[in-house]
Design a protein around this ligand. Sequence first.
Ligand SMILES: *[C@@H]1O[C@H](CO)[C@@H](O)[C@H](O)[C@H]1NC(C)=O
Ligand SMILES: *[C@@H]1O[C@H](CO)[C@@H](O)[C@H](O)[C@H]1NC(C)=O
Ligand SMILES: *[C@@H]1O[C@H](CO)[C@@H](O)[C@H](O)[C@H]1NC(C)=O
Ligand SMILES: *[C@@H]1O[C@H](CO)[C@@H](O)[C@H](O)[C@H]1NC(C)=O
Ligand SMILES: *[C@@H]1O[C@H](CO)[C@@H](O)[C@H](O)[C@H]1NC(C)=O
Length: 622
Amino acid sequence: MIYNRSYAQVLPFLAILVSPILALQPSAPEPSAAPLRDLKWGQLNFLHTTDTHGWLAGHLQEPSYSADWGDYVSFAIRMREKAEAQGQDLLVIDTGDRVEGNGLYDSSEPKGIYISEILRQQRIDLLSAGNHELYKQNTSEVELLTTVPNFRGNYLASNIDIIHPVTKETVPLAPRFKKFTTEKQNIRIVAFGFLFDFTKNDKNTIVQPVEETIKEDWFQEAIRDKEVDLFLVVGHVPVHSKEYDAIFKEIRTIRWDTPIQFFGGHYHIRDFARYDSKAFGLASGRFMETIGFMSIDGLSTRKQQMKPAWTTPSFHRRYIDNNLYSFHHHTGLDKETFPTEQGLNVSRLIQQSRSTLQLDKAHGCAPRDLWMSRVKYPHDNSIYTWLERQVLPTSLKDESRAGKPALAVVNTGAIRFDIFEGPFTQDSAFIVSPFTSGFRYVRNIPYEKATLIVDILNKQPQILTDAYNRSGTTTTPGLAPPEQSAFFHDRSFDDSHGPDTTNHLTGQAPLLSSGHFKPDLIPGYTTVDDEGSDGDDTIHSPISFYRVPNCIQALISPNISAVPEMVDLVYIDFIESYVALAAKFAGLDIDFMRDSNVYMPTTTLTDLILDWVKDNWSCKGM
Ligand SMILES: *[C@@H]1O[C@H](CO)[C@@H](O)[C@H](O)[C@H]1NC(C)=O
Ligand SMILES: *[C@@H]1O[C@H](CO)[C@@H](O)[C@H](O)[C@H]1NC(C)=O
Ligand SMILES: *[C@@H]1O[C@H](CO)[C@@H](O)[C@H](O)[C@H]1NC(C)=O
Ligand SMILES: *[C@@H]1O[C@H](CO)[C@@H](O)[C@H](O)[C@H]1NC(C)=O
Ligand SMILES: *[C@@H]1O[C@H](CO)[C@@H](O)[C@H](O)[C@H]1NC(C)=O
């Protein structure tokens, strides 16, 4: 034990000595050359990240997204140099959910101790909080006491208050808004930082519904300011949402003509919204796969207050694949000229943190790829089929319920990422299942009622949505992965076994049929948004995605050839309120507060998966 610990501390220094000056992480794959669409620069330019969820090391198994936060620091520096040389401005934006979802965040104790220092190395001009920053009391307190001061004055929280851990007073998490003028162009900007109407936060924070915040005096005054060339709304809010519609309408009621730029996220998708000819919104994906680029031209400025009446500002968007091939291309630089000292330092800091956390340690080797939605469900390559047929039946057992059959219900959203053939590392465990939820159960439920509950959870999403629907929001916590909620929230799930289950989930454009197909294209994002299908910087061939159910189920029984009469209904505790509601619809009279108990104390889904991998996936012969 002592030996292990000191070994872990020595490792980072070894790593510095042996590694050449490389950008990206040493184990990351080199990106491949691909046809690219260029950026169009404007008076004002933006780089945007959202929902990074701790993936600051980039994707170590996917070349298209293999740049790390250090490479992004260099990219932002080089882009800023380029903008300033052209007399233009560049702003860097992040819209939250920086935490939870990757070993670099989740595997330290306490969580996130390496992330704060790495994040702050990027000069971020405006940032906001996501829902993941607010699930736990100590996470939001780290935001208040560390992240907000690290980005002094740039962190905005228009609708979030927090109970201060020391004074116990309710205070804004960060300033409500900010007015500033850009350095080169003298563009006068009023900026806000919102979170969608989130309700599952810990009780130490207060999220005011957006629709109420925009009626407050400070907001009303801010939008009545006449000395404004651009309203900038950053937020952890989908760009197509009732919340952003409300903000857009409120500003337009007072300022019919002022340009508005929104940046959003939460759904983990690339998306671009057109509200009117002078108001647009960009969402830049997830997990450090995408650096969003946005430019605006034709804005009024402090120096030149009246633009000729006939000029309408023009807005241009690009979704940049997060890799060095794209970064070199867009900056016009190469391997030698692109890296910066700051960026290389950050890459090294990430490398040291990963090695201290032993994130590359392999627990086993996956014999094949397991996908969340790239194959139909059920399927031999479906991660959900693997979970319900292999992992849950052998791993889920509570000693105090030995011999009692159980029906386990796991929501598909509890899985966050695919498993790739090859080493399943310490990092993989946190990437695939980052949540800390454990299991709970209610005993002695008739088997047919228990399966009916799963049917209800899968077939009747509208019942469940309505029950969560404080004001018709589409951003209620979902059971399925967020990428899927974005596209199916308004559709019925009961055609999920029909013939046309291929869905272009991430807005996949059928490039094949639009005549752009080149045989050597790399599969990847082919985004379709309000401006068309030319937003991605990299021209990819499309990937098909298939719908998955909200929940999967596994029957765990000593005698699998017999249908049990009664079962323990076991579920992930995060979905208890959904299960309770579905139980009511199934005609069961259960008081979950009174009748449910912890199943397998102190065990999470992540633990189950990791233990199963250690037992079953040998690396021999790989
Ligand atoms: C919050 O508390 C939990 C439980 O004590 C701990 O595991 C986690 O690391 C803490 N998180 C942070 C951000 O401090
Ligand atoms: C990079 O790291 C080195 C070594 O720790 C340090 O001396 C240098 O000041 C850092 N450079 C920047 C730009 O942060
Ligand atoms: C859910 O929202 C919709 C749209 O605002 C509304 O019509 C409906 O009544 C709401 N349902 C519930 C149960 O509140
Ligand atoms: C399992 O169930 C089947 C079908 O009811 C029954 O025939 C068999 O005897 C059972 N096996 C055991 C070991 O109980
Ligand atoms: C996984 O390993 C466990 C423990 O060795 C074993 O009982 C189980 O059958 C294995 N599962 C599969 C699918 O091989």
